[in-house]
Design a protein. Structure first.
Length: 230
């Protein structure tokens, strides 16, 4: 494609690609539990709720009135949850939201989420800790590489081509340095930074739910998903 710098554009639009992968994964996990009624807390750009409406009844909640949510809800205020009847929804989605409140208020929110869901809660939170994922294919690459058939080049070529039969992709996230977390105007905490580790977060979740499924998305390791069951 003449005149288009694909490498430069890939770097430029990578954040959009990663965000889209996370939104698609939210939809995927939501549909797996076959909900009839869903509450999405944190409306965002409306992508998830607009898609899920093709399959189930969706109610949206957000503190920002400008987004026109169905319910005005500030999760940091326990009294705001009182406007929602207990066990109203089969699934409550609250992705990339919890980090916007102080960690000390997390358990109050989890308790309220347990009250309003009939069975499931889907959570994602930012995770800065180191991670690496490797994807595999059974069928291998369509394209093989070829080098001059001279030893040891021939051996190296055979090894690389053999790896290509099963190695598909590698994703990694490395923390720049160990740091003390400070409020940045948006996030009060993030997993993998300071004292906010995954083990502590799991302990909080298990006080109120069973962790049905947990995954850091390969295409966006910054987002750590938890599917919780009441």
């Amino acid at each position: 494609m003449e005149g288009i710098n694909l490498r430069k554009n890939k770097r430029k639009y990578a954040p959009h690609y990663k965000k889209l992968q996370s939104l698609i994964f939210q939809i995927h996990l939501s549909l797996l539990v076959k909900p009839e009624k869903v509450l999405e807390i944190g409306l965002g750009n409306g992508f998830v709720s607009s898609y899920l409406k093709n399959y189930c009844e969706v109610t949206t909640a957000d503190f920002d009135r400008n987004l026109n949510p169905d319910i005005i809800l500030d999760i940091s205020k326990e009294e705001d949850f009182q406007q929602i009847q207990n066990e109203t929804f089969d699934l409550v989605i609250i992705c990339e939201v919890l980090e916007h409140i102080p960690f000390s208020k997390l358990e109050n929110v989890l308790k309220s989420l347990k009250d309003i869901t009939k069975k499931y809660v889907l959570i994602s939170v930012p995770n800065e800790s180191n991670a690496i994922t490797i994807s595999f294919y059974k069928s291998g690459f369509n394209k093989m590489i070829y080098l001059p058939i001279t030893f040891p080049i021939r051996v190296i070529t055979l090894i690389i081509n053999r790896i290509g039969l099963f190695l598909s992709d590698i994703h990694y996230k490395m923390q720049r340095r160990k740091r003390i977390f400070s409020y940045d105007g948006q996030h009060h905490w993030q997993l993998g930074v300071d004292k906010y580790n995954v083990r502590l977060f799991r302990e909080k979740l298990r006080k109120y739910f069973k962790i049905k499924f947990e995954k850091r998305l390969s295409e966006n390791l910054y987002h750590h998903f938890f599917l919780l069951e009441k």
